[in-house]
Design a protein around this ligand. Sequence first.
Ligand SMILES: [Zn+2]
Length: 409
Amino acid sequence: MDSAPTFPASFDAFLGNQAAVEGLRAAIAANRLPHSLIFSGAAGAGKYTLALLLAMTVECQRQPRKLSSSGQPIASFCGSCSNCTRIAGAANLEEQVEAAVLAREELRETDKKETRVLIQPHPDVLILPPDPPQLLIKLGQVRTLIQRAHYLPSEAPRKIFILTSASMMKEAANSLLKVLEEPPDTVLILILAENPGELLPTIRSRCATVRLGALPVEEIEALLAARRPGVPAKQRSLIARLAQGAAGRALAFDLDSYTAARADALIFLRNAAGAQSGNKSGAPSKTAPSSWVGSSGVARGQELDPDHTALFKMTETYRAGADGQQKTTALLRALALLLEDLLLLDSGTPDLLRNTDLRAELDRLSTALPFAWIESASHALDQVHSGLRRNLLRSLSLDAFAAQLTTPA
Ligand SMILES: [Zn+2]
């Protein structure tokens, strides 16, 4: 729909978290950057972009200096030397990983098993993405990191390793810990974590953690106005809320796909609400007109209908196909946002609602669904998430989840 977010040409184009970013640049300028860092923050918060910008700064042949907002010297990158340009070549991580996975598919069966997905934009920069299909960082990847860490850098000052996820196989985490205990002087290890709690406490204690916080809604709206002017203002304002403070997510946000996933998520919730109201003796079903116009073609009459046909017809469409996982992930994300909104309504803070276009329907669902149910649904959703990560039978866990949701609390 719109152009993909562009890679920042300078630190000025990296939005938000100014103090944290300047702190890191000051540390590079003073040559006291820690050997291992964790960047924590939501998906789309800029962890990967910041990791590449810092890698460019550390490795830049010119490393221009600037002054921070408080007058401190901070390091920059030139963007045009051969180190900068090669590292910037890894900006589109998804594309790079896809190419590496395809290359592995071409290998003989015996080699395939031994081959781990690694991205190497520069002889001294190695990127370790979670290895599919389990999407965990595996021992083979960390072994490569360890081997290379013991060589001196060949074309730049440091050997840089970027682990793009905190989800690791146990053996991989244990091996990584050993490098972190005694990192060679020339090594810099960056771990990008949506949830640092996934990392071993012993890994966390050996790294400095930099938290990338959420940007305010207004800042994201301004960014969208500048970078996606083709999107109508009303939609931009909705996207700014749905992106949960993550600039990257806002810039890439596909409102049509989200609305489709959300329409399915609403089927879950309406069925659950139907089951709940069927359970309450003589509880009247609320039939206030909905302001929401979805794309799933769900009739209004189905709202609060405890008949599960629509629900299971819907989960059926998630069973097969190559895009099954993506579709499921989108559904779960939409469901999580809806549940959060219901909790916000329950806690009397409707100003913070994200699905602002669904206010009437959310009010109705919030009346029908008890707080305890919403809490247990959020918990069940977490479990489906971790099941997905381990690539368990996704339709099964989705069906089980559907059954759980429609059981009265
Ligand atoms: Zn440079």
